[in-house]
Design a protein around this ligand. Structure first.
Ligand code: ADP
Ligand code: MG
Length: 484
């Protein structure tokens, strides 16, 4: 995206840091539960509360989840990585440091393919993925003068996934987050729920004049909790920086917050207040050494991921890349589509119905495919009726509306309401004769050369048959009759 400023054209440069909470029963270095939503401080071991002398023991399952995610973003899984201590003082961090990975992360050099409007794609580099512990949570809104600490989250395993500064617009940032979330969900390594905080995003934003090769000074916008807000925050922040520079100021490298209510970013801490984390290798933990056999085993267990599925849908069902990318955005949607499209001579019809009609209806109801009132089997039944000419596409929409409301199957509704298409030429002939007899003046006009009236006649005949006449037959017979 190019911003038009007073002094010329500007380009936005964005790099995203995503914290993804690993799906795991237990925490990264302790056996306590990592489940969301429990009563405060009910899932805290001595390790999570940093009692003196407690030692961390790595959770092998979390490591496997990180490896799986690394493979899912086509990255290098490093056979040796190191855990470091990131030191800072805060009330919800009882250890006084977070165990993280700094110089040698478990995963580096990945990539992600963005699905952009019009079926276009763009590949973005992922610098690294490292494992770290989450901190506890400070609760400030329970008491006017006191803050409370909940350590349930303390020690839960996070993956920090850092992109290269290769994103160039809020839309690309949105597409990046959607794709990353889809991959995490396909893999089952993170549930990707931004509202509950199991996926959190910091956006680094800078601007530069179009044509410049050096990057501008960036600001980091912290913890924005939805994809839409990330996009809005980036757009606002880029505009702010352009205006600032054009007015003769300069951007300070600082951490900013997104203010949802005002729709602006505002400073949180400047570089002078930036932390010095004094990273050093955690002496309680040995280097993490992976067995290549384990990496190979995990690789062999990987599911089909969105890009591969998209390519297969384009190839196997002849869908447009755009339609395919919409369907594969969620595994459950893709599975639903495949159940409807299975063995069908026109899979594109299935894609249209799923994307336009079904997703439209679900959107209105605020439901997902997993709780769709219309099952895949029933939608397939409806498409069968269209394909074998029992009902027209027009009537099918009415039937579908009833299916959404009642959850009943299509054939039953068509039977019950008498919606079978009239393909019997006798009945169509009669309807045409009636329409022509009642509109002699229009027939004369048509025959005198006003052929644009044809559509009007089709409409009248469809109306006369309650919309049930086969449109192709109506067209054919009507043309002949009007010709005289
Ligand atoms: P830090 O450790 O201070 O957060 P990093 O070098 O790890 O710094 O960068 C963090 C993120 O900032 C990365 O996603 C990177 O792509 C992005 N980034 C770096 N420089 C810029 C820049 N000039 N403009 C926008 N994003 C940037
Ligand atoms: Mg950072």
């Amino acid at each position: 995206m190019i911003l038009e400023g007073k002094t010329g054209k500007w380009e936005i440069v964005i790099g995203l840091e995503v914290h993804a909470q690993v799906v795991s029963n237990a925490k990264l270095f302790s056996g306590s539960s990592a489940a969301f939503g429990a009563e405060p401080n009910t899932q805290v071991s001595f390790v999570d509360a940093a009692f003196p002398g407690m030692l961390p023991v790595i959770n092998g399952f979390c490591v496997e989840q990180a490896i799986k995610t690394g493979l899912g973003i086509e990255a290098t899984v490093n056979e040796v990585s190191i855990f470091d201590r990131k030191n800072y003082f805060y009330a919800d961090l009882p250890q006084g440091y977070q165990i993280s990975q700094y110089t040698r992360p478990i995963v580096s050099d990945g990539r992600l393919v963005l699905d952009l409007p019009g079926g276009k794609t763009k590949t973005v580099g992922i610098t690294r993925l490292h494992m770290e512990q989450d901190a506890g949570k400070s609760i400030h809104d329970q008491h006017p003068a006191k803050s409370y600490i909940d350590l349930n989250r303390s020690g839960v395993c996070l993956m920090e996934i850092v992109s290269e500064p290769e994103l160039r617009s809020p839309e690309e940032a949105g597409a990046y987050l959607k794709k990353l979330r889809a991959i995490l969900r396909y893999l089952g390594t993170c549930d990707g729920n931004m509202e509950e905080g199991s996926m959190r995003c910091d956006a680094n934003v800078s601007v530069r004049k179009v044509g410049d090769t050096a990057f501008g000074t960036r600001c980091e916008i912290k913890n924005v909790n939805s994809i839409r807000y990330v996009m809005q925050a980036i757009e606002y922040e880029a505009g702010r920086q352009v205006q600032l520079i054009e007015d003769g100021g300069k951007v300070d490298q600082e951490t900013r917050l997104w203010d949802v209510a005002k729709g602006i970013t505002r400073p949180m801490r400047s570089k002078e207040h930036a932390h010095d984390y004094r990273y050093f290798p955690d002496p309680d933990l040995l280097p993490l050494v992976l067995d290549p056999k384990d990496i190979a085993r995990i690789k062999a267990s990987m599911p089909e991921l969105p890009d591969a599925k998209k390519a297969r849908f384009v190839d196997q069902y002849k869908l447009t890349p755009y339609d395919a990318s919409v369907l594969v955005a969620e595994q459950e949607q893709a599975a639903f589509f495949e159940e409807v499209a299975k063995g069908r001579k026109d899979p594109k019809l299935a894609a249209n119905w799923v994307i336009v009609e079904l997703f439209g209806a679900l959107n209105k109801l605020g439901k997902d495919v997993t709780d769709s009132p219309v099952s895949a089997k029933n939608l397939a039944g409806l498409l069968d009726l269209i394909e074998n000419d029992t009902i027209s596409g027009r009537i099918a929409k009415d039937v579908f509306a009833i299916m959404v409301e009642t959850g009943k199957d299509a054939a039953g509704i068509v039977e019950e309401k008498g919606l079978k298409q009239v393909t019997d030429t006798g009945a169509i002939d009669a309807a045409i004769a009636k329409v022509m007899a009642e509109n002699e003046a229009k027939v004369a006009e048509y025959r005198a050369g006003k052929v644009t009236l044809f559509g009007w006649f089709v409409g009248q005949v469809m109306k006369a048959t309650g919309g049930k006449a086969n449109p192709a037959k109506v067209n054919e017979i009507l043309k002949a009759k009007l010709a005289g």
